[in-house]
Write a protein that binds this ligand. Sequence first.
Ligand SMILES: Nc1ncnc2c1ncn2[C@@H]1O[C@H](COP(=O)(O)OP(=O)(O)OP(=O)(O)O)[C@@H](O)[C@H]1O
Ligand SMILES: [Mg+2]
Length: 505
Amino acid sequence: MASRTTRASASPLFVPRKSDRRTARAARHQFAAARDQARHAARPAARPTAPGLDPELRATYPAAGRPGPASARGGRLKLPAHRMTTATASGAYPFLAEGGLGAQGIYIGRDVHAEAAFTYDPFALYGRLDGFTNPNILLAGIIGMGKSALAKSLAVRAVAFGYRIYVPCDPKGEWTVVAQELGGQTIALGPGLPGRLNPLDAPARPYGVSEEDWITEVRKRRLLLLGSLAKTVLGRELHPMEHTALDVALDQVVAYAEANGTTPLLGEVAYVLGSPERLDAALGELSGRLGHAAEDLAHALRRLVHGDLAGMFDAPSTVAFDPSAPMLSIDLSRLGGAGDDTALVLAMTCASAWMESALADPSGGRRWVIYDEAWRVMRHVALLERMQSQWKLSRGLGIANLMVIHRLSDLLAAGDAGSRGRALAEGLLTDCSTRIIYRQEADQLASATALLGLTGVETQAVSALTKGRGLWKVAGRSFITQHLLHSRERELFDTDARMGAITRP
Ligand SMILES: Nc1ncnc2c1ncn2[C@@H]1O[C@H](COP(=O)(O)OP(=O)(O)OP(=O)(O)O)[C@@H](O)[C@H]1O
Ligand SMILES: [Mg+2]
């Protein structure tokens, strides 16, 4: 009995000695519960979240992992420790999250599965990632999911890396404020505005290119532009004689401008096209037919000179291209609001020709060219052709092109199966090593899956993405990434403000 009295245990204090076994057990449980409660009370409260912290920055699951029985963390499953190589581990546990693209690059936000920072830089990935053959990006998503916000963030953050940003097509005029903040330039074009762009401007000859080669290159670019403009207005391909007429008219205008020390203008080309005797005289042996064949062309170019775009593209440029400016955007928001895209497309053709010729210098550093609302131009073969040539040049010139569309079927809208438009649009997609898919409508999932080769899980994920969250397919690797905006960026990129103003009482 003495041994009982000297027991070094506190349980007799709580468990009366004379109780039966059941009462003793119940009392023991009560004691354990009280002890746990006391322990938890002593623990400091959960770490408070800093006020204003972005809810997106909070971890999806607590540090102990996903709660609930599916986590297999009930404490009952006890496996012996097992050591293996990472190669074997990835085979044994194929459902682990991707490791990310490395720390080099522009911060985008959070990799939702790995819960790690997600960075991306097409120039840094080029040559480092298998299958990453070009720096071009396709960004698709339904209205208001944050596509422009992502493009603007990329632009703002890329400037810190020394890249320059060019936005040749801003149909909503929402990039102007970004350009201003970054100390860049904006040219606003529209009826009644003072901005003028001469798409026939000859860019400065890049270092290392011979005078003769450059003259041929400039001529080729001008002809391509005139051809695009004519095709857009006429809505058809040009006939061989029309090509010749453009050739002849351009050469005459350029010769005249050189002799007088001026720059050629679109109006002058239109004037020569409208003068059959001048064309016929210039061509000689085929006389009598060229002037007649150019009639349609002359009327087509007239729209740019006397029609709704009068003045904008038929005068010396009011801005000089400044290659050292961090950003340049062309605001076309005053054009094409009335449903007729032709004015917008013509303006965009001229504006992008002007900008592209300025971008032709391969020593101009690394640049981003952003086509916001590119879906509006996908139906116009002439513009698709321009985009395609930019896409093809991207590696040689050090340019990353970013194209923003709503749906993948915008690419299919470029033409019927087998048509040139469709082939061009699909070519653009093929030449985008990075595809960022924001939320798609249910009826769009099938075309997205077919065009991008999404897996079943990816398709399901795309249908449930929230604002700022996208499926990033980078050369065959997939990430679900939440784009995080800095509070200053959020203010700057807010396109909901007008909606808010309407709903507020
Ligand atoms: N990652 C984000 N976090 C918080 N807010 C965001 C995020 N991305 C976008 N927003 C906000 O959502 C609104 C809509 O974004 P945005 O204009 O970029 O959409 P969009 O996809 O370009 O739409 P549209 O197709 O109409 O051009 C903006 O006010 C923007 O500030
Ligand atoms: Mg947008």
